[in-house]
Structures are given as C-alpha cells and as structure tokens.
Design a protein around this ligand. Structure first.
Ligand code: DGP
Length: 114
C-alpha cells in the first residue's frame, strides 16, 4: 500500500470516481465537494507540493491545466465559469501532499477566495 493517498488512487489501491485520465494524469470527483462540480486533476507522478516542481515538470503542469479545461467543457461549466486552485502547504489548506488541481464550478464563486 502506498504511503500517499493519491498515489493509491493512481495505482488503483484506493477507489475513486474517475472522470478522465491519460498516461500522465487522472481526474476524479472530490470526496468532499465544495461546489456542484468539484474534480481533482492530479499527476500520476508523485510531487508533494507546487514548491517541489522542477523544470522538467513544466509540460506536466500544462497538461493538468489543459485537462481541467477539457473536463470543465465536458461537465458543461466552461461557459458559465469555473475556478482552478492549487492549495500549497498547510497555510493555504493543503491536506493531501500530492499536488492536485481543484476544478470547481456549477455555482457562483465569490472572490477573493477565503
Ligand atoms: P487540499 O485541501 O487542497 O489538500 O484538497 C484535498 C482534497 O482531497 C479535499 O478537497 C478532499 C479530497 N480528498 C481527500 N481524501 C480523498 C479521497 O480519499 N478520495 C477523494 N476522491 N477525494 C479525497
């Protein structure tokens, strides 16, 4: 069993409601949704936080964002608007230390975020 919860989802040890995936990333519904659409897009590669990204990860991060945009379109929220969030470290609310791009939408989203 992996020490990392999201690595466990990547390798199939932990169930998740997967909405899309490819060779480098997987997208699944958040277990504690904060909006009608709340999906996490994660790299299959373990990276703990944005602070740990390396230059070699630039394409991967682009793939995550592009995937989120495609999924927003598939979920029917692309035109009304949605939010992409990368919480980084405990002060910003990061609780799972495997980077994950939150895709939130399906309701009005106020700004600034809390
Ligand atoms: P963050 O607070 O930014 O680290 O977000 C972690 C998110 O992960 C949080 O919104 C809840 C979600 N989450 C935690 N455990 C699980 C799980 O086992 N399955 C799924 N689908 N989501 C999880």
């Amino acid at each position: 069993m992996s020490d990392c919860l999201f690595c466990g989802i990547v390798n199939g040890e932990i169930d998740a409601n997967i909405v899309a995936d490819d060779d480098h990333w997987v997208a699944f519904r958040d277990i504690n949704p904060q909006a009608p659409t709340h999906i996490l897009v994660i790299p299959k590669k373990h990276v703990a936080t944005v602070n740990n990204l390396k230059a070699e990860d630039e394409v991967l991060v682009g793939e995550l964002v592009r995937a989120a945009g495609q999924i927003a379109n598939d979920e029917g929220i692309a035109e009304e608007g949605y939010r992409l969030v990368l919480n980084t470290n405990a002060g910003a609310g990061q609780s799972v230390f495997h980077i994950h791009l939150h895709l939130l939408g399906g309701r009005p989203l106020s700004w600034p975020a809390g």
